[in-house]
Design a protein around this ligand. Structure first.
Ligand code: FHN
Length: 448
């Protein structure tokens, strides 16, 4: 056993050599917090007909506690290695694009390997693109032949494989489902998908039924699908006559099939009645750096922000601009401090493997989570300070010191009855000195 002194020395040395280390401390005392309860109900819900079932509320609590998930964008678009919008961005004709299905044969795909790597990162759920805007279904749907089993030589039901692997490894599975379809004639043309050359016979009644049938397959034919992640409402965001997506009806249908199923919709507007969590794209709740969240209020629902490891969602061979492990861990910490999950995206390669850099990032995050996971899982939102952020669980405040500093000040809103001490979280030793408490309005900690 190393003594404390040598651990501290080692730690200080590490800090000098590698600034990528993020560390947590915990303080067992009370400080003021904006909100004491978890995000389980909303104003929208209180005013609406949707009354979440008890098992839904339980699923929300588990979802909130998990704090970290991995997003996977994988489809026949991955073969072009230009991101998931290539059909539209490349102005490809439908007939040409579809040929990608006939050579989709990801020889190195192994759902168990994916799930193992993801689980080891500390992630608690996977959100998988069952069908993106190109309309290709990654499961054996009976609703269209344009699917992984009927249209590819691979003939392997990817959703089925993942569902099994997730079940075996006890990790939850959520399903991404696009409301947009750039291939179908009945989908009413929106802002995207104008160049595919398809005939347009808009019939939302028909298309809506198609979507309901597909969602029923996903929820009822596969064990363990616990969430539906919808995307595309923004495609009709600028219609002169507001487009009626009939979302509340859609949600009602989903909940009638599976009351506990968590529904989120990436519509970039405030939550619609029937949704179980609120999502933010490429931004922390309350921010709008990416431009998708303008004026988006933060609801009382569980929150989730999604971001990519590099700049792309689907595999993009020219995008090696990966965020560093430190940046990704910082993002996870910041998300938790806002009371939000982080859904971190990887675009698997056309050969079925996760990119090597993504695997390395998963490993690094996993190592950090093994030491510091308690300061993330099951925590409630905290506060932001010049030196970093906090998360909170009961009477413990976790201080995530994100800036290079020798001491920090923590303002107190309430006089603590007792301060148990401040600990270096990763080594569970009382190594910090609380050197100044002035009228209990601020506490100062020396970190070294
Ligand atoms: O158009 C999609 C995009 O391809 C990707 O799936 C992201 C993930 O949040 N959502 C849409 C853009 O808002």
């Amino acid at each position: 056993m190393k003594n404390i002194e040598s651990l501290i020395k080692q730690y200080v040395m590490k800090r000098v050599l590698n600034k990528a280390i993020i560390f947590s401390f915990f303080l067992s005392f009370l400080v003021g917090c904006k909100k004491d309860c978890k995000n389980t109900t909303t104003q929208v819900e209180r005013n609406s007909r949707y009354v979440p079932a008890e098992e839904n509320l339980q699923a929300r609590r588990e979802f909130e506690d998990s704090r970290f998930g991995i997003f996977l964008h994988w489809g026949i678009y991955s073969e072009f290695a230009q991101g998931e919008w290539y059909l539209d961005n490349g102005k490809l004709q439908q007939e040409e694009y579809q040929k990608a299905a006939s050579c989709f044969y990801p020889i190195l795909f192994d759902a168990n390997e994916w799930v193992r790597a993801i689980k080891n990162s500390g992630a608690k759920y996977i959100t998988f693109t069952s069908r993106h805007h190109d309309g290709f279904s990654m499961w054996h749907t009976k609703e269209s032949l344009y699917n992984i089993v009927d249209a590819t030589p691979f003939k392997c039901d990817i959703v089925g494989e993942l569902a099994k692997a997730c079940k075996n490894d006890s990790i939850r599975l959520h399903i991404y489902y696009s409301l947009i379809d750039w291939m179908r004639e009945d989908y009413p043309l929106g802002e995207s998908g104008h160049y595919t050359g398809r005939k347009l016979k808009p019939d939302y009644v028909h298309y809506f039924q198609f979507m309901k049938n597909q969602i029923r397959e996903l929820l009822c034919n596969y064990d363990g699908v616990e969430g539906i992640w919808l995307d595309g409402v923004w495609d009709h965001g600028k219609d002169q006559t507001p487009f009626d997506w009939r979302m509340e009806e859609f949600y009602e249908y989903i909940h009638s099939l599976k009351p506990q199923c968590l529904i989120g919709n990436n519509h970039h507007i405030e939550p619609i009645s029937g949704e179980d969590f609120q999502m933010f794209e490429r931004d922390l709740p309350g921010e709008n750096k990416a431009g998708y969240s303008e004026g988006q209020m933060i609801s009382q629902l569980p929150l989730e922000m999604c971001q990519t490891m590099n700049g792309s969602w689907g595999y993009n061979v020219s995008d090696q601009d990966y965020k560093t492990s430190r940046e990704l861990i910082t993002l996870l910490v910041r998300a938790a401090s806002k009371g939000s999950n982080l859904l971190l995206n990887i675009g698997p390669q056309p050969n079925g493997e996760l990119p090597a850099t993504a695997l390395q990032r998963l490993k690094d995050i996993g190592s950090w989570m093994k030491l510091n996971g308690e300061s993330i899982y099951g925590t409630m939102r905290g506060e932001e300070y010049p030196w970093g952020v906090t998360t909170r669980k009961g009477k413990t405040i976790y201080l995530h010191v994100l800036e290079d500093t020798d001491n920090i000040s923590l303002p107190l809103v309430k006089k603590p009855r007792k301060i148990n001490g401040a600990f270096r979280y990763d080594i569970h030793k009382k190594v910090l000195t609380i050197n100044h408490v002035k009228q209990y309005d601020v506490i100062k900690l020396d970190l070294y």
